[in-house]
Design a protein around this ligand. Structure first.
Ligand code: ZN
Length: 251
């Protein structure tokens, strides 16, 4: 079952369109989304519509939760972006369209078993909010052990915006260390993070996503018009300019 995995779009339409176009050329049967369609970016409504159209399902990310319910534990820029995002959905004048979008957001799932994979936005322990960082593989053996105990064999997460594969050694393999393809070994447990479509944080500004195919996962990076998004963010006073600057730097 060849499946495209996208995550952390963060209302970045330009990045999402490039990724969806690329997915079309990859002969996949399914596309799934690990959450955070919303937050930070200038095109939340358009991104929700595209995810609803192209993905089998999407998970509830902490930013989706913040827009739908309450933005708790957000920094000032993220909190202001969440309120602005909510206002964009409220501004829809067609009642039926507005209701469809709110219903889609209300149906976002906290955890999904997809084939052999437990899918969560954050971590199997705290599915919406907990970060699983690459450095945890070295610095936090107890955390890693507790997280790996929470699932059978395979898991996928988003949330950190850093692509790669965690193993139960524990170790972390960025795509660059494995030439973009990681093959699962017999007997090991893995956690796959496809990286972020709309706000990468591994110092590479290109959009990130992955394709899962049986016992291997392939990572892709795609150029998109970052400057167009930066300009849109600048034009919205409720979205901090810093949200654009970090897109240019990929952090
Ligand atoms: Zn995110």
């Amino acid at each position: 079952m060849r499946t495209a995995i996208i995550s952390d779009i963060h209302a970045n339409l330009e990045a999402l369109q490039v990724v969806l176009e690329h997915i079309k050329t990859q002969n996949v049967e399914h596309t799934i989304c690990l959450g955070d369609v919303l937050g930070y970016g200038p095109n939340p409504v358009e991104c929700v519509d595209l995810v609803a159209e192209h993905c089998d399902w999407s998970l509830m990310g902490n930013h989706d939760f913040g827009v739908l319910y309450e933005p708790t534990n957000f920094n000032a820029a993220a909190e202001q972006a969440a309120y602005w995002t909510r206002a964009q959905f409220d501004a829809e004048t067609d009642k039926e369209t507005a209701a469809t979008r709110w219903e889609f957001l209300g149906r976002l799932k906290v955890r999904v078993m997809y084939d052999r994979f437990l899918c969560v936005h954050g971590s199997p322990r705290r599915p919406i909010n907990e970060y699983l960082f690459p450095e945890d593989a070295i610095n936090s053996p107890v955390k890693m052990q507790q997280i790996f105990e929470r699932f059978d064999k395979y898991c996928m997460v988003g949330h950190t915006h850093v692509p790669g594969v965690f193993t139960d050694e524990p170790d972390f393999y960025p795509p660059g260390d494995v030439e973009g393809v990681y093959t699962f070994h017999d007997g090991e447990k893995v956690i796959v993070n496809p990286g972020s479509v709309g706000q990468p944080r591994d110092l590479d500004p290109r959009a990130s996503y992955a394709i899962l195919d049986d016992d291997r996962v392939e990572f892709f990076r795609l150029e998109y018009d970052v400057q167009a998004v930066v300009d849109k963010i600048k034009a919205v006073s409720e979205l901090s300019d810093w949200l654009g600057e970090r897109l240019i730097e990929g952090r």
